[in-house]
Write a protein that binds this ligand. Sequence first.
Ligand SMILES: NC(=O)c1ccc[n+]([C@@H]2O[C@H](COP(=O)([O-])OP(=O)(O)OC[C@H]3O[C@@H](n4cnc5c(N)ncnc54)[C@H](OP(=O)(O)O)[C@@H]3O)[C@@H](O)[C@H]2O)c1
Length: 283
Amino acid sequence: MIEKKEFGKTGFSVSRIGMGTYYDPSWIVLDKALHVRPNEERRVNAIKTGLELGLNLIDTAEIYGTERLVAKAIKGYDRNDIFIATKVWPTHFSFEKIISSCDHSLATLETSYIDLYQLHFPSNKYSITETMHAMEKLVDDGKIRHIGISNFSLEQTKEAIAALRKYEIISTQMDFSLQKRNIENDLVPFCMENNIAILPYYPLGHGDLTKASAYPSEAYNEIIANHGKISPSQIALNWFLTKFDFVFPIPRASNPQHVIENANSMGWRLSQKEIDLLENSFK
Ligand SMILES: NC(=O)c1ccc[n+]([C@@H]2O[C@H](COP(=O)([O-])OP(=O)(O)OC[C@H]3O[C@@H](n4cnc5c(N)ncnc54)[C@H](OP(=O)(O)O)[C@@H]3O)[C@@H](O)[C@H]2O)c1
């Protein structure tokens, strides 16, 4: 069962599990230097598989070299039903470069608007005021619908919020999973209070949490005994859904079978006892 929820304050309902499209550094280099894109067809099919199932949140970035794959995957689907999040790289944070990066992403994505435009990392070169001025112009011009950030600490998040004059920060994207929970001490409560959506990246620990051996047997056996055939990845993803209603994990979508499996992490909940067992073992 696909669960959907309003993404932050957007009024747009997205699947609680999204689809990430970062592969690895070698993929980026091969794409950039040689225009070689390994397993492109399978990866496009993975995104299509997710769309078919009802996963309508897709994350990409100008640096990933995967915006063109997203463009291929969404062809034939109603653009209004899909929420596309992409990111601009910090070397492009001047007013002019943000605008041209966005134009480039729009052309590569073959779309007239981006649902969520995210600052990929904080910059220590450009002032956040200049950067946010450009982001607000993009909203005014109808090129992007919402502004997001990624890899910003709580302090940097507050600075980003203060730099905006007309619009709000809708979401933040952070390295967050059962095995990396440090943001629960500061950013998570702040986002909950301010209705800022969180997109956890590496929600499967970049692959670590897809193996049963990552979980202590007591927690794993208890969950299997209670829920039947649940995979390790489904446990890692359901942990977010059970704990938070404003968090939308974006596991990588590059293998159709994995996308189907990850979609099935929705529609059920871990018990409090299971959550405790899991969290105690990942302390
Ligand atoms: N904002 C940022 O700075 C930032 C940084 C990194 C990533 N991201 C975003 O976050 C997304 C997720 O990160 P990630 O892809 O690196 O890490 P991830 O989703 O935590 O883990 C990906 C790994 O898990 C495997 N996997 C996925 N589903 C599986 C399943 N059901 N069973 C077994 N293995 C499974 C993948 O293999 P297969 O490929 O074979 O499915 C891949 O090896 C990225 O795609 C990107 O959109 C953002």
